[in-house]
Design a protein. Structure first.
Length: 344
């Protein structure tokens, strides 16, 4: 009986720890199974005559490499490191590797980084090697990318404000949501900022040939202060109920159309890219020449590595949590009733 109780208590503890880990906003690399360069060379059966040049320090440029066991392109990358990169840049770099074909946690880390960078597709796969250096990434065959890799390392090594993807993810975010409207920035924005989206009446604004649909005031706040975002690429997704053949977005200033933006219609949303936040109105019209077709397209990515069988996407994590909750509750009830019998 005590053994059964211990098992169920262990399940409950594991469930609580799982929730804590997944709820944490920061990425702690020490919680993942990383490999240093020596360990990876051993795994890939590679030797280098330039290891004396390699001495990672706190000023080294971190290079995050997500590899797959048996991946030919991965072996090619590490052979390039051993034969060429260590000879010229060994004193500037720190290579941190993560095996993702057989490690679900590492695969999820790669997925988080790709999602943050806007690189993760809808195929549930990740190409290897997936290499992240500063704000650049390289995937697959790097034979034609060596010069770019080395130039990226040099640029970062000499930059006092060196960009690191993990630091950026721990301090910033790219996706904000309010009032069912989603804002996605191409670069990280302070995660303490908040998006404010309010529906506004701009029916007095006319776009000839189009029906007025809706309008929104989209603003970013730091507390109660409006944030003027730096110029960049910002994608806005707005759910829409009424379907038209053609849509137009109008940037409104002083009740006048200052700029028109051609959006796409995608999965029940209007999607457009801008370089600033402001008031935007949505217009639509039907075109009998094109029937019921809608502008826009869905893109897919072809990648090499599927997630390990035990690697869970967000939706699968929810299912896992529910199973653990139900199992834990059944276990608690079983323990409770067993205790009552023992007492009796």
């Amino acid at each position: 009986m005590k053994k059964i109780k211990s098992i169920f208590l262990g399940l409950i503890t594991t469930f609580a720890m799982t929730l804590t880990v997944n709820a944490a906003g920061n990425i702690n690399l020490s919680s993942y199974a990383s490999e240093d360069l020596n360990a990876t060379f051993t795994e890939e059966n590679i030797t280098s005559s330039h290891m004396a040049n390699y001495n990672p320090t706190n000023v080294s440029v971190p290079i995050y490499v997500f590899r797959g066991t048996g991946c030919g392109y991965c072996k090619y990358f590490y052979q390039y490191v051993a034969d060429e990169l260590l000879a010229t840049h060994g004193d500037k770099i720190n290579i941190i590797s993560f095996e993702i074909r057989n490690n679900a946690s590492n695969w999820n880390l790669a997925q988080k980084i790709q999602e943050y960078r806007g690189e993760y597709g809808n195929t549930g796969s990740i190409g290897t090697p997936y290499i992240v250096i500063g704000d650049k990434s390289f995937t697959g065959n790097i034979s034609s990318k060596k010069a770019e890799i080395e130039a990226t390392i040099d640029l970062l090594y000499n930059d006092s404000n060196r960009y690191d993807i993990i630091d950026d993810m721990n301090n910033n975010q790219k996706k904000f949501t309010d009032n069912n409207v989603t804002f996605i920035s191409s670069k990280g924005i302070n995660k303490n900022y908040s998006l404010s989206v309010n529906q506004i009446d701009k029916t007095n604004v006319i776009l000839t040939g189009y029906d007025y649909i809706d309008a929104y005031d989209i603003t970013m706040y730091d507390g109660t202060n409006i944030v003027t975002l730096p110029k960049g690429n910002y994608t806005i997704r707005i759910p829409i109920q009424k379907k038209y053949d053609i849509y137009e977005i109008a940037y409104i200033e002083n009740n006048q159309i200052v700029e028109k933006i051609k959006p796409i219609y995608e999965n029940g949303e209007i999607v457009f890219t801008t370089n600033h936040l402001s008031e935007y109105a949505i217009f639509g019209k039907n075109n009998t020449d094109i029937g019921n077709t809608v502008e826009g397209s869905n893109s897919t990515n072809s990648n090499e590595n599927k997630a390990p069988n035990n690697a869970q996407t967000s939706s699968m994590n929810i299912v896992l949590y529910l199973v653990l909750v139900i199992g834990s509750l059944i276990g608690m009830i079983y323990i409770f009733t067993s205790n009552k019998k023992e007492i009796a």
